[in-house]
Unconditional design. Structure first.
Length: 129
């Protein structure tokens, strides 16, 4: 329990540092003019890399607020941060079944990409409403 609290605190401080340094503002200007697809892809890449759903949402949340429709952009960030299917360490469940199932990281990338594309299609369809 203390480890997850420490990890959450680190991501909060990282998000605060990125905001106060102006990096989030820069990313917000770059991403705000782009379609929500770019925001989804950035967030899903970050979430699968750091392996923490909350951390990706904390870091990308301020970027999403800069979008014209902030609620839809925050929904894109939430769905993308929850799509940690492409790496074995992206989600704890993936890591638990890695060895007993005889899976390889390539298996996660192939099948996780299919699920991520489905989630992305549904999320982006929502943003068009």
């Amino acid at each position: 329990m203390a480890d997850s609290g420490l990890c959450g605190g680190c991501f909060l401080s990282l998000g605060s540092a990125l905001t106060s340094s102006g990096i989030i503002t820069y990313l917000g200007h770059v991403v705000a003019g782009s379609p929500p697809l770019f925001l989804f892809l950035m967030t899903v890449l970050l979430a699968n890399t750091i392996g923490n759903v909350g951390g990706a949402a904390i870091i990308m949340g301020p970027v999403a607020i800069g979008f014209p429709s902030a609620v839809k952009a925050l929904t894109v960030v939430a769905m993308a941060a929850s799509s940690t299917f492409m790496t074995p360490f992206g989600n704890q469940s993936n890591l638990v079944v890695l060895s007993p199932g005889g899976y390889r990281p390539r298996d996660y990338l192939v099948f996780g990409s299919i699920i991520t594309v489905e989630v992305m299609a549904l999320t982006l369809a929502y943003t068009l409403l």
